[in-house]
Write a protein of this length. Sequence first.
Length: 317
Amino acid sequence: MTPIYQAAQDRYAASESIYERCGQSGVLLPKISLGFWHNFGGIDPYERSRAITHYAFDHGITHFDLANNYGPPAGSAEETMGKLMKDDFAPYRDELFISSKAGYYMWEGPYGEWGSRKYLMSSLDQSLKRMNLDYVDLFYSHRFDPNTPIEETLQALVDIVKAGKALYVGISNWPLEPLKQAATYLKEHDTPLLIYQGRLNMLDREPIEEGILDFCHQEGVGFIAYSPLAQGLLTDRYLNGIPADSRMAKEHFLKSERRTTQLLDYLQQLQTKAQTNGRSIAQEALTWVLKQAGVTSVLVGASSVEQLKNNIDTLYK
């Protein structure tokens, strides 16, 4: 019989080092948050997912980030979360900050993607069932829909909060001008935008270059960065080749042509700097993102407890 999970009693001992206020809200998020994009799907070992989430929570990582289509297959990361809730985390629900999203392709037919009211509400209902939750703490529009009136998408988010299915709303991957419209609309409808989620790392700086991070900082909107390690490029994983079990070897989300001579030179320089600071390359890259004005948290994926530990240790170096 599997032993009952009991969270570490000292999980909040280092609170001053771990948490950051999200914009001008009352929400504190861990500076390192756990993303379920990869490694928590139906193809991944459940006991490994349990070990990773246990370690995260035992060390104060209270924010788990999901989306309807995370897996693979799509939906299975949320199913893993649902099993984790049932097996381990139900007693700690009020200590967790769980997010999900809808926007990308999820099911066949005209209502299975983008930003219509029909899709967003149907998708969230499905997500709640998969995760064994009555509500999510945060629900995102996962991408901007240029063909749906922006008011329809945003009013759906407002109504989701009013229905008690989400406590806060977020925006992910929207361009700057629609983001500005969204922030204004949501504020006027008493559902202020809590946070923006965007891709930000030392190699991909679009939120800075496009003014998104600055806008969020000025307007009191939080910012959480996904792919802060550029899907593993900003680690020592590819310095000496392409490991057989790596994302790059699978040639799906990370293509081998990104491993250029220029990148390897950059990584060698970054490694030298990191060693001077007593950090790994990954820790140096995470530190860079967290030091950007306006950044609340970074989302890390983890395929092992050791990998997650290395990331969390960033906060203490």
